[in-house]
Design a protein around this ligand. Structure first.
Ligand SMILES: [Zn+2]
Length: 402
């Protein structure tokens, strides 16, 4: 139930780079009403005393794929009906809350599956996070294996049609394929797909209805087209050159490197379970990631956590926290930068940052209480351990507690 409460925090990570010590958070009607050292509440307000704990915003992961479950061959979803995928997807998103992920975005799925999962969460059939589907991937004809959900379009007018269709189906952001992909067998990662004018048409169409656009892109030209088109979020973006980083600064492009999916997958290249074409393409890309991410961090590009959960060896839950660790360990980011990437910036990447991503008055009360002695600013890896998370609150309601 949604009850008002006063939560006392020893240390509050706001999500925008600031921290506060010894403050209280007044939660009313599912939102944060007040934050400060001496917040007053009525005598019947429940008090949660975590004055010896760290409190942070719920994590936001705008890049999961509920049609996939993290097993080694994405093509196995061919054997699943949409109905079965939706049931499996609804179970998968329950794992996200256990790791403090209170908002997730589905970055392309088949048919109505992601929308059905959203509805299952909203009807409380499953205990899942706030869920924002992008609908289907918008791609050139033949640009994607349709098993993952594709809306094919060619030429700017037709791309506008596809974007409008996804908006009409309830998409909460727009996902574009600017280049080929590892998981689409018949494409090569570095080959461009949409032309600049097509990407521009899509980004503009999304902007008209205040939705952010995200584009999957690899290679110099596809990444450059993405930035120049005014796409809001560069997804993957490997290898990221210094020239393209300069362009990103000029165009305010956000960067979602999804390091964790490549990192985890490359650990299994010799197992023999991944399709050969995926191993080959991942081997091309993995060694290129570190330098680009490091340069993006140095250039203070706005990083966004995104996991690609559902892709091979990229499980639901732990992956968002591992992405933050990799931003620090492999990318050279500070722990604070990684936390901002997984809270405020991730919310901004779906244009929901006016309500989500930071713990401030008028924002949704989505927060995590860490276990005693656990502080992600000291050790970002604590978020990968469910036992480090004592309580998860979503819209003012406790959804996980141990
Ligand atoms: Zn993806």
């Amino acid at each position: 139930m949604m009850s008002d409460c006063l939560l006392k925090a020893g240390k509050l990570i706001i999500g925008d780079g600031r921290t506060l010590e010894n403050v209280s958070i007044l939660i009313q009607g599912g939102s944060v009403a007040e934050v400060g050292p001496d917040v007053k509440a009525t005598s019947d307000t429940e008090v949660l005393d975590y004055s010896d704990r760290v409190v942070m915003p719920g994590i936001v992961d705008p890049h999961v794929h509920v049609c996939f479950d993290g097993s080694s061959d994405p093509a196995e979803v061919r054997k699943f009906s949409d109905e079965l995928l939706a049931i499996r997807g609804a179970l998968l998103v329950e794992k996200l809350l256990e790791y403090g992920i209170t908002t997730a975005g589905d970055a392309a799925g088949r048919g109505n599956v992601p929308f059905a999962v959203k509805e299952a969460v909203e009807r409380h059939l499953v205990n899942g996070p706030r869920f924002l589907p992008c609908g289907r991937m918008i791609t050139i004809s033949g640009g994607r294996d349709p098993l993952g959900g594709a809306n094919e379009a060619d030429g700017p007018d037709n791309v506008r049609r596809a974007v409008r269709e996804e908006i009409g189906r309830g998409a909460r952001y727009i996902k574009l394929a600017a280049t080929g992909a590892i998981s689409s067998e018949h494409t090569e990662s570095f080959n461009t797909q949409f032309d600049l004018d097509e990407l521009k048409a899509a980004a503009n169409e999304a902007r008209k209805v205040h939705l952010k656009s995200h584009a999957h892109a690899y290679g110099e030209e596809g990444i450059r087209n993405t930035i120049l088109a005014g796409v809001d979020v560069l997804v993957h973006g490997h290898p990221l050159s210094k020239e393209n980083i300069e362009l990103m600064k000029k165009h305010n492009t956000m960067y979602m490197p999804t390091i964790v999916t490549y990192y985890e997958s490359q650990l299994h290249h010799d197992d023999g379970d991944l399709p050969e074409y995926m191993v080959r393409k991942e081997k091309e890309i993995f060694p290129l990631i570190e330098e680009g991410v490091r340069n993006a961090v140095k250039a203070e590009i706005d990083l966004v956590v995104g996991t690609d959960s559902g892709m091979p060896y990229t499980p639901y839950g732990k992956s968002a926290a591992e992405e933050m660790e990799l931003m620090v360990r492999l990318g050279g980011a500070t722990e604070m930068t990684a936390i901002i990437a997984g809270t405020r910036n991730a919310a901004r990447s779906m244009n929901i940052d006016s309500k989500i991503g930071t713990i401030e008055p008028s924002k949704s009360a989505d927060l995590i209480v860490l276990a005693l002695g656990k502080d992600p600013l000291q050790d970002i890896t604590v978020l990968q351990d469910r036992e480090s998370i004592s309580r998860v609150i979503l819209m003012g309601k406790t959804v996980i507690e141990h």
